[in-house]
Ligand binder design. Structure first.
Ligand SMILES: [Zn+2]
Length: 245
């Protein structure tokens, strides 16, 4: 599907007058060579980046044994949390960097397009799987003005293979006692989530996108809420997995 899209886009571009085509070129983020306007990284550099196949990472004991996942059915990720990916992910979290966000969207595009739930869909099935993102707390949102996960997904063409519902989850604060927990654990524990009651999830397959998976605590908590709200299956997709092994 993605290849088709790029092909038709490529064909459309070659039919433009040549002075316009020159303007439609951009430079590769890594090597500086020309590449298409739809891409931030050229084909060569893209193949040089470490990228995992679209395989369920919960089948890997090294990952499954080190994260919380009892409510998650499948886990997919673009790659390990390592440079330059880790630098890019940090940058888009705290400042609105359109170029970098487009780059991350380009990286996750193929995984999003090729999740088994999307590729196994039959012609007859009319219900699209639901796609959503880990929300940020409304206070944080009003400070930053954006949720990096939504900024990435909204730039992926493959989101059209799903019923994309960016506001499916709402983040709340949990004020229960946090004594005895480390700062990191305390912040993770303090996050509480709720399904937006505007939506019905009966027997639906939900794909939950997060930028980085560390302990699995956040996505597992959300998967639990999704299942309590009626979801049948929860797939988690991330750009990087930063699991202590
Ligand atoms: Zn390049």
């Amino acid at each position: 599907m993605m290849a088709n899209l790029l092909n038709s886009l490529g064909t459309a571009i070659t039919q433009l007058p040549s002075h316009l085509i020159t303007q439609l070129k951009t430079h590769c983020f890594l090597c500086g060579n020309n590449c298409a306007i739809t891409e931030m990284v050229c084909g060569h550099c893209l193949t040089e980046l470490p990228c995992w196949p679209v395989d369920d990472l919960l089948d890997s004991p090294q990952i499954a044994n080190n994260i919380e996942h009892q409510f998650i059915d499948e886990l997919y990720s673009f790659s390990d949390y390592q440079p330059p990916l880790s630098h890019w992910l940090k940058s888009v979290k705290y400042s609105r960097q359109t170029k970098l966000t487009r780059l991350l969207a380009q990286l996750i595009e193929s995984h999003l397009a090729n999740l088994p739930v999307a590729t196994n869909r039959t012609e007859q099935s009319t219900v699209f799987p639901v796609l959503t993102v880990v929300p940020i707390h409304v206070k944080k949102w009003s400070l930053r003005g954006f949720n990096q996960c939504h900024e990435i997904i909204k730039r992926c063409n493959a989101k059209n293979q799903y019923n994309y519902v960016p506001d499916l989850m709402i983040q709340l604060r949990d004020e229960t006692k946090q004594a005895g927990l480390s700062g990191f654990r305390r912040r993770a524990r303090r996050r509480n989530f709720q399904v937006n009651t505007t939506y019905r999830l009966d027997d639906q397959h939900v794909i939950l996108f997060d930028d980085v998976l560390t302990t699995g605590s956040t996505v597992n908590k959300i998967a639990n809420q999704l299942k309590q709200a009626g979801a049948k299956h929860v797939t988690v997709l991330t750009i990087a997995v930063a699991v202590k092994r």
